[in-house]
Design a protein. Sequence first.
Length: 666
Amino acid sequence: MLIKRIKAKNFKTYLDLDLDINVDDDKPIILIGGVNGGGKTTFFEAIYGALYGLHITTSKAFKELLNAGAIGNVEEKIELELHFSGKVLNEEQAYILTRTYMLNTLGNPVEAVKLNMNGTIFNYGTATPASQRAEQEAQVNKIIKANLPQELSRYFLFDAMEAGNLLKEDQLNRVIKENIENVMGFNKYMQLADASENLYQTKTAQRLEVENEKKEYLELVKSKNELKSTIDNLKENLGNALNYSVQNKELYDNLKSGLNEETTINNKIEQTKLGIESTLKKEDNFRSDLNNFLKEIELNVCIPKVQEALKSEIQLILKIKEDVLINNNSNIAVEQIEAISKSIIKYLEESKLVETKLNIDTIVDYVVNAAANVEKADVYAFLEHSDVKALESLLSIKTVNTFPVLEQQIIELNSAIQQIPAQNTFIEQMKAQVTGRDYSILKAYEENEDKIKKYEIEIEEKEAEVKKIDKRIHQFDIQISQEPDPKYDTLGKLKDFFEDVANQLLIVKKQQIEMKMKQDLNIILAAYKDVIDRVELSENLSNLTFKIFHKSGNEIYLNHLNTASKQIVIQVLLKSLHQFGDYDPPVMIDTVMGVLSEESRAAVLEHYFPQLAHQTILLSSDSEIRKGAEFEKIEPFISKTYTLKRDREKQLTEIIPGYFGVSINA
């Protein structure tokens, strides 16, 4: 996939963005500079939004994304357009994807999507009939997924600073495992293996002839499922405990060393309060959206059904009324007939062509009645003009059912609200620490560390129990009816087959990933430059591990690395995944340097960015990639440079060629 051009009209800080970001084969980098608040993140969001759509469910959300300079000056709508190319069945295709958002006459946000694939057009929008929309939307989503699925986008479109913050403590190994499984496409085989196992167990239960054996078998399966449910809960608790540990590690270290206790705690209190306020605000917005939905449920749910049921009949009525109107519009108005008749009578009398006095009213009535006799019959004459207009309005009503969006919001909101009591408790603990100096936070953190160890032990014990039950479950195979059943026999082998496929794929990719990561880490990881002997990935996806070893033979533990080193490790991994994975998308990085040291910065500029992908879009401030020596390191690999300049008076961002006044040499 190659992004060639991005357009954004009236989107946040961009009033009219039109930027060529195509790259040359030997110059894969697009460098875009901008000060903090200048529009770098919004540029990032414009590309992401063009690919996957903006989440706009209310008029308020729409107005928040609408550029302030567009209000009252141009048509108030947001347009995102992305030009890109990608291969389908090894054939290069050119795409133009356009997404348009605006408010309808009722003040509700509506969306229109258009994808041009080499002249073949796919169209759908809020007003598109459901069946037609589903078909068109499926085609568009299939094309986007073939180039860069949304669930994988965070591995290739990311903020380096955020990546560094997330990769702390024991989470690093877990994130590496998740990246490898997702980007390499191994997860689907593990899911197929689980599905095969569940189906096999069900079929086995159906085939057991002796009732007590069947009962025992089902009880074992039930016990296994209960244990797996318990393991899932323990893993969720472990994840929460790890998150607590990560979020409060800095606070714990500062309190432990006795430095700036009150300042540190007060900052944490404010951050927690802001999180609670944000959740409550989202709840209020949800209630408002829900009330609006209920108020207009007839319009958005019932009326479309009525419209669909009566559409053909209404169109027939309107067609007949239109034909009658066309045929009858040739009649002359009564006033015109009267004026013409007066002229004719005057002529006849002056010319003495009549002997008796002519009555004007009699002549007018005669002409009108004669015309009426030739008019086309109107079988719907009983319909008033207002009735016809009402029928026309019914056909033109455009509505949108927001219930699916509300349903997703309530799931996310419930999860956030459930965390509020724990957050309030934590606030009280921190307040007590400030006022009472009782060191309750230190105690809570240490208790949480004990919980982490406890959960890990319990998970290991429960998983061992599952393995024991599995052995007992598979003993029932020999007691099943000996009647030949090839389908059942094949089903019993599927689980091992899919697991073996996934593991074989891992083995094929494993050596390439290990070698590439070793080479890159020896160059870029400043703390261990030239001393890494090997990188090891395990050969089993069910227990995937990632390790780094020193030339002296000892393991370099990931959780001992500082934040900057962890950032380097994950970025080197992403580079390997990009090279050996199933997809070939561009890479876009915001806050490119994150927390890197001077030595690491130089290595990243020379050895990482130029070789990262066939197209790499870097969003940088002048304090990250600095003018002078740093810029010169990557200049030979840059196709285009731009600088984002914020106009505070006009409330928009302008695009200026060059990187903070420096141009690349032709």
